[in-house]
Write a protein that binds this ligand. Structure first.
Ligand code: UD1
Length: 359
């Protein structure tokens, strides 16, 4: 069997890694990895491939940045000859980034079967580019591999035949649990002179938060205020970096900006944090998996199970709401015993590969 996985952005690598490790156990399977190049900085790509023990991609399409249309269209044009040459039995796509959409459209138009890992998540917010990507990918992919029962229900509500849906669990948790022993050896806390449980970690990169200067200013004002309570560590995504530079804001006394971190250093940093504030989807799941309190700085989440069963609270972007939720966390219990949702057990990749090989 020939399986071709297409990845493009940092969170994709985290989702692909356990699938690649699992496929490598099957001698009769050729697994070819295509990196579209949506993300290209070493801090977002090389450090992750290394930390996640992902082999270098067989094809690097070098697409780079651009408008959503440019990125999607350039990926489709560059990917089509690769897929026509490889003729895979499955094209595997993960997550909801532009590379995911572009690869899905290209594959179905080449008559190839597509399996979507992390299918069925919905924020019901059509202003998010990822929501459009999710809906389109799930509408045409052949095999929809979901992380949780709410995702199955979303798909069924959209009229998708249950035979196309297979619940496999959360593959990001596979990466997390596998990397934990190595992350524990990371010197990041010593380097930053931090002690476990005494600081907050922030990530922000959603266009709705960082591309709108008044919103970004509001969020930063809340973070500066929070930093009077405890140190706030903020590894800055490149999209956010350019927006922060444009605002030329001074850091608060204990609000510390860092460059993007590798997977292991970042895992070690957030897992020891007293509190995480984020607009990332993956981090909402990861904090739930390890029992770290998380505030989601968005009005919605496509991962409600992290609220129902995990440590996540969706607080939006109003500074007063953020600060009062942070205060509630800081006076709440800590550490929190993780309650992992069903099938978030570190074995999702095994179930994914089983579904591919039997399909
Ligand atoms: C993308 C995904 C988002 C995901 C995020 C994870 C889409 C629509 N968005 O957002 O869902 O959560 O990745 O990181 O697919 N840039 C660099 N270096 C890079 C890549 C980008 O400096 O290696 C800068 C460029 O200025 C670029 C901007 O970041 O224009 C945004 O990059 P892009 O890939 O378009 O979207 P992200 O915000 O990274």
């Amino acid at each position: 069997m020939n399986i071709c996985s297409v990845v493009g952005a940092r969170p994709n690598f985290v989702k692909l890694a356990p699938i690649a490790w699992e496929l490598a156990q099957h001698a009769a399977v050729r697994h070819c990895i295509v990196h579209t190049g949506q993300h290209y900085d070493a801090a977002l790509v090389d450090a992750f491939l290394h930390d996640l023990r992902l082999p270098p991609p067989h094809y690097a399409l070098g697409i780079g940045s651009g408008t959503h249309t440019e990125q999607t269209a350039r990926t489709m044009l560059a990917l089509e000859p690769v897929l026509r040459q490889e003729k895979p039995d499955w094209v595997v796509v993960v997550g909801d980034v532009n590379a995911t959409l572009a690869a899905t459209l290209t594959a179905v138009k080449c008559g190839l079967r597509v399996a979507h890992v992390e299918a069925g998540l919905r924020s019901f917010d059509r202003t998010m580019p990822e929501e459009i990507n999710r809906r389109l990918v799930d509408a045409v992919a052949d095999l929809l591999l979901t992380p949780s029962a709410d995702a199955d229900a979303n798909l069924v509500r959209e009229g998708i035949a249950p035979e196309r849906i297979r619940r496999v669990g959360n593959v990001m948790v596979d990466s997390l649990l596998a990397a934990l022993p190595r992350a524990m050896a990371s010197p990041i806390l010593d380097t930053l002179e931090l002690s476990p449980g005494t600081y907050a970690v922030v990530t922000l990169h959603r266009p709705s938060n960082v591309d709108d200067p008044p919103t970004l200013r509001r969020l930063l004002a809340a973070l500066v205020q929070l930093s009077e309570r405890l140190p706030v560590i903020f590894p800055v995504h490149p999209r956010t970096r350019s927006r922060l530079d444009a605002l030329s804001l001074p850091p608060g006394p204990r609000l510390r900006y860092l460059p993007p971190l590798g997977y292991l250093d970042f895992l070690q940093l957030w897992r020891q944090a007293r509190l995480v504030l984020t607009d990332s989807g993956g981090l909402q799941e990861e904090t739930t998996a390890l029992g770290v309190p998380c505030l989601t700085l968005r009005p919605t989440t496509e991962r409600p199970i992290t609220v129902w069963e995990g440590t996540n609270r969706v607080v939006g972007t109003n500074p007063a709401a953020i600060l009062s939720a942070a205060e509630a966390c800081l006076s709440g219990p800590y550490p929190i015993e993780p309650r992992r949702p069903a099938l978030w057990d570190g074995r999702a990749a095994g179930r994914i590969v089983e579904a591919l090989l039997s399909g």
